[in-house]
Design a protein around this ligand. Structure first.
Ligand SMILES: [Zn+2]
Length: 329
């Protein structure tokens, strides 16, 4: 159900202050009875329409090119994926039923995150109704992630001179192992990850800054662990772009979460990350990441909360695009 805020804005005929990237192919991927709920993409799209979004508020995701993938992934891995010749061990690590449709799904997701980042750089904020596949490494996929959309998008912006520094704020329940590994020796990307320690991935390559939580940690633990890093992390690293992975899975009702974190606390998390960036005129590209509640609607509500926070933050502070970058910094 739309909340009071949504209804008032709808009645006032207020335009949404930023664009959404999506594809209706996201929810057509057939994963059978898999825990990964592709249905959430359709439900979230419908909820965004109910917020008052019009056709012009959406950007259709286009598939990433092989050239884009090669900015992060090894030629050998890309070739294996494209020719459907991953080994059974590799397929096991991916934990998804492999098919050409699945490849198409991840190409669109990766292209969608590239478009979201481009849009955020232009207008200050954009939301991908998808994305956040942070467990993919250069030479293999794992944990439901075939390609690392976040890393590909950042590398593309860097290569084309549109950013000099990016900061990844990864608030998914699971540590952003692929992203941390990819950017480990690249000083133009700062990776921040706040996650539950005693779950997958068992091996956690160090991010620039890792904040670990443990099974049973509650709202206060979560917010006290997150809050003190903002806005300091933005002020010190001075990124031209923040990619915010707003995972819904730290939620206490999530089947994969051991944390005791409420939806309300996740909303406060969103405010800390998004509002602090906006106040400093840093563009924010939001991607969704994980969410595995028994009732998929709960995951969708948490994602929608993130969008509501982004709407309010965008309305409160204007954005002036940075026109020139000092590449030598
Ligand atoms: Zn996750």
């Amino acid at each position: 159900m739309p909340d009071f805020f949504d209804s008032v804005l709808s009645l006032l005929g207020w335009k949404l202050p930023f664009k959404f990237v999506f594809s209706n192919e996201y929810w057509m991927a057939d994963l059978g009875q898999h825990i990964f709920p592709v249905k959430k993409y359709r439900l979230l799209y419908e909820r965004v329409i109910a917020l008052g979004a019009e056709p012009g508020d959406f950007i259709q995701a286009s598939p990433a090119s092989e050239e884009d993938l090669l900015l992060v992934h090894t030629p050998k891995y890309v070739k294996k994926v494209m020719s459907c010749s991953l080994s059974s061990l590799e397929l096991q690590a991916l934990e998804l039923p492999f098919s050409l449709d699945l490849v198409r799904f991840f190409l669109l997701m990766t292209g969608g995150t590239i478009q979201t980042v481009e849009e955020a750089l232009k207008t200050g904020l954009a939301v991908h109704l998808g994305g956040g596949f942070h467990h993919a490494f250069p030479d293999h996929g794992e944990g439901f992630c075939l390609f690392n959309d976040i890393a590909v998008a950042i590398e593309k912006m860097k290569k084309t001179g549109r950013i000099s520094r990016a900061l990844v704020v990864d608030c998914d329940l699971h540590q952003g192992n692929g992203t941390a590994y990819i950017f480990a020796r690249k000083d133009y990307v700062f990776t921040f990850s706040i996650h539950q320690m005693d779950i997958y991935p068992s091996e956690k390559p160090p991010s620039s800054l890792d904040v670990g939580l443990w099974s049973g940690d509650d709202d206060l633990d979560y917010l006290q662990a997150l809050g003190p890093h903002f806005p300091g992390i933005y002020q010190e690293f001075r990124p031209d772009l923040v990619v915010y992975l707003a995972g819904a899975d730290p939620y206490r009702g999530d089947m994969l979460s051991g944390l005791d974190v409420s939806a309300e606390a996740l909303k406060k998390r969103d405010r800390i990350v998004i509002e602090n960036a906006r106040k400093l005129n840093i563009p924010v590209a939001i991607v969704l990441g994980g969410g595995y509640t028994a009732e998929v609607e709960e995951t969708v509500s948490i994602n929608l909360n993130t969008i509501r926070v982004a709407i309010r933050a965008s309305r409160r502070s204007s954005y002036s695009p940075v026109t020139s970058l000092t590449q030598s910094e």
